[in-house]
Design a protein around this ligand. Structure first.
Ligand code: DP6
Length: 510
């Protein structure tokens, strides 16, 4: 399968070039992989051997503006016109050809605040911003999943730069790569800092694309890489759930070291590190010995990215005064929960994961969408995504969420329904209940006053959000009650209480 076949498939409902808005522009953040993408199973489509996981770099990235203009393509990077013969221009033109209506030429203006081709993922944010700019230029109205797949065709790691925060690129299994794209993870970690340590701004001698392929083809150590990634990914997910910084740092650092070791064993050996790189690594180790938790990761280049927490920023800056500190979560107040007392009266607010680690009583809602089939009542269930912070993969009511401090519960629930299931209907509150549960596998505690809201719909196909939901189904409510008794392990802990309340009030509802 060729790139153009994927593009045609994704754009099958739009007619290429028939509508355009004059100009399209977009920003995308750069990203740093904490568990690396290293090795492709399909060179043409940039399909990876393994999944990978990254953190996006807030306001460090690329802004791209694109329009139809001239008789040949023109590419301008940070105000400088790039010659047609430059490797960069050739790669960009090849990508633009996938989308180009007959006879059209582009003016592409790229402004970036990350050094190009120096191992700071400039191509990742470049292609991610480019596909979003094209999406606007041609008014495709594609969702982030399809845009992530298109960005991957430009550069693998670009599929993660469509999102802010932590992002997992799921490798997928299909030959056409339609299941290989980035998914945003829920974890918000405002205290986290990434330090960009520039050792050399020179363009790297060997591209990551070439280095990756040489490693796969010639390194005897590569055979162990997929298993290492599987273990690292599950440890990083755990570290994010528990906000365990030492675990996160240790795994990210050892993953980067393993990646570089597989390269050293390639024939010929690929060595990106310079003496200055090793000198900086030694300083990181000294800091750790002095009790300051700071770790490094390194992409395909000599530069390092340091990981540390805000409380150690001053100390780290004293040792690395040239460090550029990035805040991956500049606006992190968004995910705060409403803390309540046992009468559901607001007593404060708290960051979402902290509330679940400490088991603090907070306000939540559960949405139930119903429909009538003959004389039976059916409920719309969702299967939670494999990436949810707790109760992953389990079947549950239509959707759940937390109102922000001061937010109206019904409005928040209607909005959440749209975000998760792709539609919204007016909701009515049925009642509320208090529940507490421990999730020992992830070390979290639920302690909520759960407001149950009901609404009606009969939609056959739902454009649900894959970051939250992996599947949905309609089920007869009486059948569900029986199955809840027989196979409780298939369902979320709170679903039976929600259904009990619905049953109790059902006569008021229909
Ligand atoms: C070391 O995404 O640049 O940064 O798909 O060939 O364009 P192509 O490769 P690219 O490789 C990135 C490699 C890495 C690790 C990572 O970002 O996961």
């Amino acid at each position: 399968m060729q790139k153009i076949d994927v593009v045609k498939h994704i754009l099958r409902h739009t007619s290429l070039g028939s509508f355009f808005c004059g100009e399209g522009s977009a920003f995308a953040p750069s990203n740093v992989a904490l568990c690396k993408y290293w090795g492709k199973r399909d060179l043409e489509l940039n399909l990876p051997v393994t999944s990978s996981l990254s953190i996006s770099l807030g306001n460090k990235g690329t802004f791209t503006k694109i329009k139809h203009e001239g008789t040949t393509d023109n590419y301008i990077v940070n105000g400088v016109v790039i010659g047609q013969e430059a490797q960069f221009a050739k790669r960009l033109k090849e990508f633009m050809d996938l989308f180009r209506p007959h006879g059209v030429h582009y003016l592409v203006e790229i402004d970036t605040n990350v050094p190009i081709a120096a191992g700071f993922a400039s191509s990742a944010c470049g292609f991610a911003s480019l596909v979003q700019a094209l999406n606007k230029l041609y008014d495709w109205r594609l969702d982030k999943k399809d845009l992530s797949i298109l960005a991957r065709l430009g550069s693998g790691s670009a599929c993660r730069s469509l999102f802010e925060g932590f992002v997992e690129w799921q490798r997928g299994d299909n030959g056409d790569g339609m299941d290989s794209y980035g998914i945003k993870l829920e974890c918000v970690w405002p205290e986290l800092r990434i330090g960009m340590l520039m050792v050399s701004a020179e363009e790297k001698a060997i591209s990551s694309r070439r280095a990756m392929q040489l490693t796969v083809e010639t390194s005897p150590l590569y055979a162990a890489w997929p298993d290492q990634v599987a273990a690292d990914l599950s440890n990083i997910r755990l570290a994010l759930t528990r906000k365990d910084f030492n675990l996160l740092g240790e795994i990210a650092e050892s993953n980067a070291i393993s990646m570089h070791t597989t390269m050293w064993a390639a024939k010929p050996p690929i060595v990106y590190s310079l003496p200055e790189t090793f000198a900086a690594i030694a300083k990181v180790q000294e800091l750790r010995l002095a009790g300051i938790p700071v770790f490094f990761t390194q992409d395909a280049g000599p530069n390092l990215q340091l990981l540390f927490l805000v409380e150690h920023e001053e100390h780290v800056l004293r040792v690395f005064p040239e460090l550029e500190v990035v805040l991956p979560f500049p606006d992190s107040n968004a995910v705060r929960l409403t803390l309540v007392d046992e009468h559901d009266v607001m007593v404060g607010s708290c960051e979402k994961l902290a509330a679940h680690i400490q088991g603090r009583l907070h306000r939540a809602f559960s949405v139930v969408i119903l429909r009538k089939r003959d004389n039976n009542i059916e409920i719309l269930l969702q299967q939670r995504s494999a990436l949810k912070y707790h109760s992953a993969n389990l079947w549950s009511n239509t959707c759940c969420g937390h109102p922000k401090p001061g937010e109206d519960i019904v409005a928040a629930a209607e909005e959440r329904l749209r975000e998760e299931m792709g539609f919204s209907v007016p909701l009515t509150e049925l009642g509320k209940f208090h529940y507490q549960a421990k999730f020992p596998d992830v070390d979290l505690i639920e302690n909520e006053i759960d407001h149950v809201l009901v609404g009606f719909s009969d939609l056959a196909a739902l454009p649900f959000n894959v970051a939250e939901v992996q599947d949905y189904r309609w089920v007869d409510i009486l059948e569900l009650q029986k199955d809840l008794q027989c196979r409780p392990g298939q369902y979320t802990f709170w679903l039976s209480s929600v259904i009990e309340l619905v049953q109790l009030k059902i006569s008021n509802v229909f």
